[in-house]
Design a protein. Structure first.
Lengths: 180, 424
C-alpha cells in the first residue's frame, strides 16, 4: 500500500493538500461570514491591563457580562463548574448588552435579544463566573490600545453567527472622551 | 551493531578463529564510519537555523502584517512543506521527506488555530480541529513512516485535551479516529514504539473522559483493558506486548495504590461504580481478552488479569489491604513462574522487581505502626538483601540452565538483551 510513488499516490497527496488549503480558507471565510450574517452586539469590559502587551500580542478582556447573579440561572440542576451554558443578552441598537438569564439548554432569542454561548468558571454564593472564549483580544499593530499607558474600559463589538460561531469585530474605548 | 563495537571486538574474533581477516574487513566495509553521516547533518542544521530566523522575524511582526498576507504566509508554508516533502521523497531522501510532510501537517494545525485567531473567531465545537486529526490519520496511510503514524496519535491526544479543558466536551469522534484509524494502521504494520504511544494516547483520552464525566475512576479500566484485549488478538507478539504495557502499568499502579491507601473506606468509596454495570462491562472485556489469548495461544499471560480483580468492593480496612497484597503477590509470582518457564531474562527481572515491591508494601503496611523505626528499617533492609540474594541466585541458575540446554558454549549469558531460546 503506502509509499509507492505512483501517480495515484501523488494525486491522493495533492487532493489532501488542496483539501487542507480549502479548509483553512473556509475558516477565514467563516470569519467574514460571521460579520456579514451575524447578529451584532456590544459588550462592555472592566478596565484592561495593557502591561502584558509588552510581552504578548494579546490583552485579556474581562467583560462585565462575565459575572451574573445566581438568580439569573435557569436550569433544572444547580450550575456546575466548566458547564457549557447559553447566556441570554438583552440588546438594543447603540447600547451595551446585559445578561438577562443564563440557561443550561439552547434557546431561541426574541427580538432585542441575543444568545452568546459560554462556560461557567466559578459558582459563588450569589454570583456566577462566566467565560465566553472571547477573552483574548489579539491587538492589531495599528490599534490605539498599543499607544495607551492607562487601561481604559472597552466596548467590544461581537458578532454571533446563526451557525454557532462568534468573533470580536472591533474594540473601541468605552468613553472616547474620557480616554487618557 | 555499532561500527565502534565492530572495530574494538573484531580483532579478538579473528584471533579466536571465529572469522577470517578478510571477513572482518568485509564486515567493517558493510558498516561505514559514522563521521560521514555526522557531516551530512550540517546542511540540515544550517537550514533549521535559517528557518528559525525567518520564523522569528514573522512571529515578531505577526500582528502588524496585513490579514491577507498572514493568510498567504500560512497557506504558502503549508504547500511548501508538502511539496518539499514530496520532492525529497522522490529523490530518495526518506528522512527529510517524511520530516517535511510531518511539518506540513503541523503547519496545517497551526494554520487553523492562527486563522481563527486572525479573525478573533471562536467556535463552540471541535469541528475546527477535528479536520487536523482526520488529515493526520489519512497521511499516515499514505506513507511508511513511523513518525507520521505517531503524529496523529499525539495530535489526537492534544486536541482531545483542548476539547475537554476549554470547551467542556469529550469528542468521541477523535477517540474513534485515533483508536480505529491509527489503530488499524498499527494493526497492519505492527511496531513496538507506535504500539506503546498508541496505548498511552488512548489511555490519556480515557482518563480525560473519566475526569470530565465525573465518573468513578475505576471506569477508566474498561477502555484501558479494551486496549489490552486488542493486543491479545494481534499475531505479532512483541508489538502486542508493547500495546499491553501501558494498560498493565496503569492497572498495577492502581492495585498498588489500593494496597497502600485502600484501608480508608473514604478512598475505596471513590472507586465503587454500580456493581452490575461495572462487572458486566469488565467481564465482557475479559471474555474478549481470553478469546484472543486462546486464539493466539497465549493463555499463559492470563494472570495479568489478576490486577483487575475488583477488590475495592470489599469493605475498606484490613480485609481490603490484605486481599490486595495477596493479589500483588499472586501477580508477581505468576510473572516469575512464566519467566522461569520461558527463560526470558527481562521477564525474570520484571518479576523480581514486582516481587520486591509487593514485599516492601506488605512489610510497610504490617509493621510500620508496631515496630520501633530503627528496627523497622533494619529488618526491612535485611529482608530485602536476603530476598535479592535468593532471587538473583535462582535467576542465575535458571538462565545458566537455559543457556546449557541451547548448547552454545561461550559468553551468551553475558548478553542478557538477547535471551536464550525458550525451551520447546
Amino acid at each position: 500500500m503506502p509509499t509507492r510513488h505512483t501517480p495515484s499516490h501523488r494525486l491522493l497527496l495533492r487532493l489532501l493538500v488542496a483539501a487542507q488549503v480549502l479548509y483553512v480558507l473556509g475558516v477565514a471565510g467563516a470569519g467574514y461570514a460571521t460579520t456579514a450574517y451575524g447578529q451584532h452586539i456590544a459588550l462592555a469590559t472592566t478596565p484592561v491591563d495593557l502591561h502584558g502587551l509588552q510581552y504578548e500580542s494579546f490583552v485579556r478582556l474581562h467583560y462585565t457580562a462575565a459575572e451574573a447573579p445566581l438568580t439569573a440561572w435557569r436550569g433544572p440542576a444547580p450550575p456546575q463548574r466548566r458547564q457549557a451554558v447559553y447566556v441570554l443578552l438583552t440588546t438594543a441598537p447603540d447600547s451595551l448588552a446585559s445578561v438577562a438569564g443564563v440557561y443550561a439548554q439552547e434557546l431561541k432569542p426574541a427580538a432585542g435579544q441575543a444568545v452568546l454561548r459560554g462556560w461557567v468558571t466559578d459558582v459563588y454564593a450569589h454570583t456566577l463566573g462566566l467565560r465566553y472564549n472571547l477573552e483574548r483580544y489579539y491587538v492589531p499593530g495599528d490599534s490605539p490600545l498599543r499607544l495607551g499607558k492607562t487601561g481604559p474600559p472597552l466596548r467590544v463589538q461581537v458578532s454571533i453567527a446563526p451557525w454557532g460561531q462568534a468573533r470580536i469585530e472591533s474594540v473601541r474605548l468605552l468613553r472616547p472622551t474620557a480616554a487618557r | 551493531m555499532s561500527r565502534k563495537f565492530l572495530e574494538t571486538e573484531s580483532p579478538a574474533w579473528v584471533t579466536e578463529g571465529l572469522i577470517t581477516e578478510a571477513q572482518r574487513e568485509r564486515l567493517l566495509a558493510r558498516y561505514p564510519s559514522d563521521a560521514v553521516q555526522a557531516v551530512g547533518l550540517l546542511p540540515l542544521l544550517g537550514s533549521i537555523l535559517v528557518g528559525l530566523s525567518a520564523l522569528s522575524v514573522v512571529a515578531a511582526n505577526w500582528q502588524r502584517l496585513p490579514t491577507q498576507l498572514r493568510l498567504g504566509l500560512l497557506l504558502g508554508s503549508l504547500v511548501a512543506a508538502y511539496a518539499g516533502g514530496e520532492y525529497f521523497l522522490r529523490r530518495g531522501n526518506r528522512r527529510v521527506g517524511h520530516g517535511l510532510i510531518g511539518l506540513g501537517l503541523v503547519v496545517f494545525g497551526a494554520s487553523i488555530i492562527l486563522t481563527s485567531q486572525l479573525y478573533q473567531l471562536v467556535g463552540y465545537d471541535i469541528s475546527g480541529l477535528l479536520a487536523w486529526v482526520v488529515v493526520g490519520v489519512l497521511l499516515s496511510y499514505l506513507y511508511t513512516s513511523q513518525s507520521l503514524v505517531l503524529l496523529p496519535i499525539l495530535i489526537g491526544a492534544a486536541v482531545q485535551t483542548y476539547c475537554t479543558q476549554a470547551l467542556g466536551i469529550f469528542s468521541y469522534t477523535i477517540m474513534a479516529l485515533v483508536a480505529l484509524g491509527s489503530g488499524y494502521r498499527w494493526w497492519r504494520r505492527p511496531d513496538t514504539l507506535v504500539a506503546s504511544v498508541l496505548a498511552v494516547g488512548l489511555l490519556w483520552q480515557a482518563a480525560l473522559w473519566v475526569a470530565l464525566s465525573h465518573s468513578k475512576i475505576t471506569w477508566f479500566f474498561i477502555p484501558a483493558m479494551l486496549v489490552y484485549a486488542a493486543g491479545d488478538w494481534h499475531r505479532d507478539r512483541p508489538a502486542a506486548r508493547a500495546l499491553q504495557g501501558p494498560p498493565l502499568v496503569a492497572a498495577y499502579l492502581f492495585a498498588l495504590g489500593l494496597a497502600l491507601f485502600g484501608e480508608t473506606d473514604q478512598y475505596a468509596g471513590l472507586l465503587r461504580p454500580p456493581v452490575l454495570a461495572y462487572l458486566g462491562a469488565l467481564a465482557a472485556v475479559f471474555a474478549l481478552s481470553v478469546a484472543g489469548k486462546r486464539q493466539q495461544g497465549r493463555l499463559a499471560s492470563l494472570p495479568d488479569w489478576l490486577l483487575l480483580l475488583p477488590g475495592f468492593y470489599l469493605p475498606g480496612g484490613l480485609p481490603l489491604a490484605i486481599a490486595t497484597l495477596m493479589v500483588l503477590y499472586a501477580h508477581a509470582g505468576s510473572v516469575l513462574a512464566r519467566a522461569h518457564r520461558s527463560g526470558e531474562a527481562e521477564q525474570l527481572t520484571l518479576g523480581t522487581v514486582l516481587f520486591v515491591i509487593a514485599t516492601m508494601v506488605a512489610y510497610f503496611k504490617l509493621t510500620w505502626a508496631f515496630l520501633d523505626k530503627s528496627l523497622f528499617f533494619l529488618i526491612g533492609g535485611v529482608l530485602l538483601l536476603s530476598l535479592s540474594w535468593y532471587l538473583r541466585r535462582r535467576n542465575a541458575q535458571r538462565l545458566a540452565a537455559g543457556v546449557a540446554s541451547v548448547a552454545s558454549p561461550g559468553s551468551a549469558a553475558a548478553s542478557p538483551p538477547s535471551p536464550p531460546k525458550p525451551l520447546a
